[in-house]
Write a protein of this length. Structure first.
Length: 181
């Protein structure tokens, strides 16, 4: 450990300045030394600068990894749907599909959209498994209730509609017969 000694001029009689040592508080001294320390054992390491990667760089790295797996392109696939447990579907339209059967790996690249399963319904029924069909039945049971609840007119709404429509005062059939004669 190192010690620091400060010399300050001593003001005395006769105007002669003599130097005398004055010691600082050891805690303050330790803090100052910790701030000044540049290297060596026990110093904090320099933080690594973060390099932001672009999507194209990630794609190139992914493609090189797929080449190592010896993937083959699968042509003729129009759409890919991945059904999640919460009832949403990850939908790829005209994706690029690559497969490596030896590594049991499939790569699907393209523009993905997250859609609710109700939006995909007529065409997706053939792709649903047993678990998805049971969850779809539950959803179908809830759906009519929600529609009926939202479309059922309240008694207040019915009264307001009657107020907007004027009452029939004259008979139009008689007026048209009179005009014809």
């Amino acid at each position: 450990s190192s010690a620091a000694i400060l010399f300050s001029p001593r003001v005395g009689s006769g105007g002669s300045a003599a130097l005398r040592p004055s010691t600082m508080n050891q805690e303050k001294l330790a803090k100052l030394q910790a701030q000044v320390r540049i290297g060596g054992k026990g110093t904090a390491r320099r933080k690594k600068k973060v390099v932001h990667r672009t999507a194209t760089a990630d794609d190139k790295k992914l493609q090189s990894s797929l080449k190592k797996l010896a993937v083959n392109n699968i042509a003729g696939i129009e759409e890919v749907n991945m059904i999640k447990d919460d009832g949403t579907v990850i939908h790829f339209n005209n994706p690029k599909v690559q497969a490596s059967l030896s590594a049991n790996t499939f790569a699907i690249t393209g523009h993905a959209e997250a859609k609710p399963i109700t939006e995909m319904l007529p065409g997706i029924l053939s792709q649903l498994g047993a678990d998805s069909l049971t969850s779809l039945r539950k959803l179908a049971e809830q759906f009519p209730r929600q529609v009926l609840d939202s479309k059922a007119p309240k008694s207040e709404d019915i009264d307001e509609e009657d107020d907007d429509v004027p009452d029939l005062v004259e008979n139009f059939d008689e007026a048209s017969k009179n005009e014809a004669n």
